[in-house]
Ligand binder design. Structure first.
Ligand SMILES: [Zn+2]
Length: 314
């Protein structure tokens, strides 16, 4: 039996963010047009930001406008109510297929807060799974936004997918710098380039050309990856207890935990986003390379981490 998070019966939700003018609507309309999200229920926070045209309405199965303030803060109750209504109407319908949800946030929302609000809601925590947090970033404006707003850094660090928009209107150098700067803040997110909403993978060499980083950020604020080799067979039970305690103690400092470990049941793929550990998935194929746990976060002490994990597992 594959413990598959993809089919755990919860409704999949994607959160899309990005500042006004970042090309969020263009990107979203294109994705809906090509059917990337399938039949999806779109929730839009702050209607005024979005030209709701025919195309948009046509491709979204249903559309909910959330006009009562930013849905990470003052508008949170409205979002929770809407999501509960969607769950309820699914329960009352004969449709077997789960609805899919896509939330377009206002530019000033902190996606991590939205995820937390959903996970902490007694009903929605069991019904809705936030699959991806996508941030649309305008390469040309990133430089100034980074220097003027802490929020940008939080948004970048919450994302699982970072889309650099308008790459056709920027020089290759600006796009490269934007990509490297985003990688600096969030090395674990998937990086994508977008030209009028059409995506292509960002195959940009990792180098040191980055935008100026805000002077109030200390080097320890920048996340790093610590990799711990785990070639022996381990118990998932024991590892998950250690991970929970570790994530609880370092709540806001950890961006991601991922890796492949050996267990008596087979090779397990482990992933967490922020302080939530997903149920491990058993690798369906033979994974021959070494096993390791990779922790990406701020202020990590390699030696202490290794020691603590080894002590716990032995
Ligand atoms: Zn807010």
């Amino acid at each position: 039996v594959v413990n598959d998070e993809e089919h755990d019966g919860r409704i999949e939700m994607t959160i899309v963010g990005g500042f006004l003018g970042a090309g969020k609507s263009t990107w979203l309309q294109h994705q809906l047009h090509v059917g990337h999200f399938g039949k999806v229920h779109v929730l839009v926070n702050e209607a005024a930001e979005v030209p709701v045209d025919h195309l948009f309405l046509e491709k979204a199965e249903t559309l909910t406008i959330l006009p009562d303030g930013c849905c990470c803060c003052e508008g949170a109750p409205q979002l929770i109510r809407s999501l509960r209504n969607i769950c309820e109407s699914h329960d009352n319908s004969t449709a077997l297929e789960l609805p899919r949800l896509l939330l377009e946030t206002s530019g000033l929302a902190d996606p991590a807060k939205i995820v937390e609000n959903i996970q902490n809601d007694p009903l929605l925590g069991r019904r809705v799974r936030v699959k991806d947090t996508i941030l649309i970033v305008d390469a040309g404006n990133l430089k100034h936004q980074l220097l003027s707003m802490d929020l940008v850094v939080r948004q970048i660090q919450s994302a699982t997918i970072l889309v650099i928009s308008k790459v056709d209107t920027e020089s290759a150098d600006v796009v490269d710098r934007a990509a490297n700067t985003l990688r600096l803040f969030n090395p674990s997110a998937t990086l994508v380039l977008s030209d009028h909403g059409t995506e292509r993978p960002a195959d940009i060499a990792v180098d040191s050309s980055v935008f100026e980083v805000p002077s109030n950020l200390l080097p320890s604020d920048l996340p790093r990856a610590v990799s711990i080799e785990l070639n022996e067979s381990i118990s998932w039970g024991a590892l998950s207890v250690w991970l929970s305690a570790f994530l609880f103690a370092h709540r806001d400092k950890i961006l991601r935990v991922k890796g492949v470990v050996s267990s008596p049941a087979g090779k397990l793929v482990i992933q967490s986003v922020r302080h939530k550990i997903n149920a491990p998935q058993i690798l369906p194929y033979n994974h021959s390379s070494g096993c390791a746990l990779v922790i990406i976060g701020q202020d990590l002490d390699d030696a202490k981490l290794q020691e603590s994990l080894r002590y716990w597992l032995n």
